[in-house]
Design a protein around this ligand. Structure first.
Ligand SMILES: Cc1ncc(COP(=O)(O)O)c(C=O)c1O
Length: 501
């Protein structure tokens, strides 16, 4: 399965030599997965140099910030990854709902830059991807391609973003500033749910041998980097929350699925703490839940397919959240009128209100799904439900106008704010949830056949092997192998020595 990002040794020494030459010239050092998992181990000279590097600058040292431990300034390291614990006053449940903050990541202010790096590692460190000759193609619903384009640029190679034309204008503005050529932004038809159209565009691009497609939906680097780095970051936060509270349990890990990379952290948390794994999707396109299809606006969670790297047989529950709820809460949390209502009528504090700027649309989806999970399992004050705030509100400012027109007749007032709060928050129930038994898991697993075997030509045995947990656990062996390969590239380039690292 080497074509799916499972290289474990050098495949082309000549390419690697050119890569090392490029890195020497540009002073690029690649971080290991172990360093991103535990950034305190990043060599002191690099940490020192990072102090003068802006977190959103196009500087290769920012690769050493592609982890969950960036502090509030996003320049230094925190002991515990940044997180928000939502109070009962907001959630209506006793369980502790905790979201890690993705907007601390560098360059794109979203955690998907981690997935992009995870997919790049096996290709670049094995000599399969040549940064001096190849173009890196990043198919995505918006944030992954930004992560890929950012990394491509700091490595000095050409990065091409492939994304649906209807994603938020903020994403396109960002891309416009980072790509080498406007032609490197390829707009595919449709929106969030049109992943098939993205695959089709990649099939055409893939015919040119100068293009290397980093398909996050089937690259195991995406799975492994999240299982290793996001899983460990969650563990660190959970240990912190459980300190001095012996009865604390990690009841569930909740993640809305786009490529299903982030869900991989659940495999770590289930192995370590027995946490249930909850996959979330949009109610308007309930593919896992009902074999359904449709359009929605929870940007980042693409659908109408089961990603190849989704460990379906280890998933415990599927929950659907309506984009009407995420859109209307987004307006409520991010407008003066909405905030006035939340303070005056719901008694929410200014700190909590300020924190909402960390929540983009899919973060609100994760929050609502975590509440549903807590209600479904009757969780109490000793239970923790963990999830991610994948990106912040700043990436969706233009959505406020759109949603205000669509749901509030262009004008939000106290009455309509109250309606939205009642409908989207207070009325959160356990509807549209399915606790998976073996047959449910098999049904979802089998649904993936049509995308991967029929459409994408994956051999049947490679498809079927993923039904076994030992396959997924076995992948973990790749991580130290990749780290050795990364260390070899760094040694060959000599760039680390130049940094005294
Ligand atoms: C904003 C946002 N939320 C959620 C996701 C889903 O994450 P994953 O692809 O790891 O399933 C993405 C993925 O691009 C995203 O950009």
């Amino acid at each position: 399965m080497a074509r799916l990002g499972l290289e474990r040794s050098v495949v082309d020494a000549e390419v690697l030599k050119r890569t090392a030459g490029r890195f020497r010239q540009a002073g690029v050092v690649l971080p290991t997965v172990a360093q991103l998992k535990n950034p305190a181990t990043i060599p002191a000279p690099i940490q020192e140099k990072l102090r003068t590097v802006e977190p959103d600058a196009s500087d290769s040292l920012n690769l050493f910030r592609v982890h969950w431990f960036n502090d509030a300034s996003r320049k230094g390291l925190a002991d515990i990854p940044a997180f928000v614990e939502l109070p009962e006053q907001l959630t209506g449940v006793k369980a502790r709902i905790v979201l890690l903050l993705g907007n601390r990541f560098p360059m794109i202010r979203a955690h998907k830059v981690l997935a992009a790096y995870g997919c790049l590692i096996p290709r670049i460190a094995s000599g399969k991807f040549d940064p001096t000759r190849h173009r890196a193609i990043w198919p995505s619903t918006g944030n992954y391609c930004r992560g890929g384009v950012a990394i491509s640029r700091i490595l000095g190679c050409r990065g091409v973003a492939v994304l649906p034309e209807n994603m938020s204008s903020e994403r396109f503005e960002w891309l416009g500033k980072w790509v080498a050529d406007p032609a490197d932004i390829i707009r595919t038809p449709g929106s969030e749910s049109n992943v098939k159209e993205i695959y089709d565009a990649c099939a055409v691009l893939g015919r040119d041998p100068a293009n290397i497609i980093f398909n996050q939906f089937c690259e195991f680097g995406n799975y492994l980097i999240h299982r290793t780095c996001t899983g460990t970051a969650m563990e660190r936060v959970f240990d912190h929350l459980a300190k001095g509270r012996a009865n604390t349990r990690l009841a569930a890990y909740v993640s809305a699925s786009g490529s299903a990379g982030t869900l991989a952290a659940g495999d770590h948390l289930k192995q370590k703490f027995g946490a249930r794994i909850v996959a979330v999707e949009a109610l308007e396109c309930p593919t896992l839940l009902y074999n359904g299809f449709g359009e929605h606006n929870i940007q980042g969670i693409g659908d109408k397919h089961v990603p190849f790297i989704h460990n379906v047989m280890n998933t415990d529950l599927v929950a659907a959240v309506s984009d009407r709820a995420t859109d209307t809460l987004f307006v409520l949390f991010n407008t003066a009128e909405g905030r006035k209502y939340l303070i005056e009528r719901c008694g929410l504090g200014a700190d909590l209100i300020g924190m909402f700027s960390n929540f983009g649309l899919s973060s609100l989806c994760n929050m609502l799904a975590a509440i549903k999970t807590a209600k479904y399992y009757d969780l109490g004050q000793d239970d923790v439900v963990m999830s991610v705030a994948t990106d912040g509100a700043d990436l969706y400012a233009s959505e406020i106008r759109r949603a205000t027109a669509r749901y509030f007749g262009n004008r939000l007032d106290a009455v309509s704010a109250g309606e939205a709060w009642g409908r989207s928050m207070l009325a959160t129930t356990t509807d549209h949830m399915l606790e998976l038994n073996h047959y449910d898991r098999k049904r979802i697993f089998n649904l993936g056949y049509f995308t991967w075997v029929e459409q994408q030509g994956v051999p049947l045995d490679e498809f079927n092997v993923r039904a076994d947990q030992s396959f997924w656990d076995g992948l973990l062996e790749l991580v130290p192998a990749w780290d050795t390969m990364i260390a070899d590239v760094n040694a060959q380039s000599g760039a680390a020595v130049a940094l005294n690292a």
